[in-house]
Design a protein around this ligand. Sequence first.
Ligand SMILES: [Zn+2]
Ligand SMILES: [Zn+2]
Length: 287
Amino acid sequence: MLIDYHMHLQPDGVGERAAQAPGWDADGGHLSQAWMRRYVDRAAALGVDEIAFTEHDYRFSALVGWHASPFWNAEATADVDAYCEAVGDAQKAGLPVLLGIEADWLPDRVDDMRAFLAAHPFDVVLGSVHWVGEMSVDDPGDPPVGAHTAEEVWDGYLDQLIAAAGSGLFDVLAHPDLPKVFGDRMPQSLEHRFDDVIAAIARAGVAIECSSAGFRKPVGELYPSPALLARFREAGVPVTLASDAHRPADVAAGFSTAVAALRGAGYEHLTRFRGREPQPTPIRSWA
Ligand SMILES: [Zn+2]
Ligand SMILES: [Zn+2]
């Protein structure tokens, strides 16, 4: 089968959501079954059998103040219980959707995060290193990124990724080589450090995602790169497939290339989740 285990029901940012709101307002809101069905229909049209909604943790008011960033705190307005209930209702109505969340790795909030995740009936929890301390790795508007060399950003990021893998908080690590988003690929001098990252992820038994989102970013390639994907495969790290869509039109985008890369790396199985329990399933060929 094919899956898409990373998507959002709305775009990021107060202004962008206001601009896009007519799309879901006409359906009865972004938590309506009609709006979710647009994601399901798009997936089905591209041969994808099962999708997971994985809303950002920072969208929820329960997490206000967990990070000092003004962006984070402006975003934290939604009700997590309403989100869980809406996806649960869609499941009861027979839609092939999972309840997921994209949770940030915040090293000083490990216990809070563990309690938050345990308090909700998630099927799958993505772990994302979007922040290295105060620095946002993938926000083009955040000046601290420009104030650091690629080497500094990558070095700090890899430390955090190893810590996130070992935390036991997450089922899947999202976009594992994210700092390349604007085109700064991992410096050659840090190449060897990814061996430690892969070993830590393999030891923790966490999956990674193969994400097509990078095709829609300046870097223009998969997360992780095909060469890294092969190294994960060699280490026996399980994998999911992900678009990181923030609107129905991007569901399963670029999956023909992603599936070919998975096969090229030697992967024959994707990992499905249900109630946070992994289950390998053979990758169906791209039709
Ligand atoms: Zn992310
Ligand atoms: Zn995402």
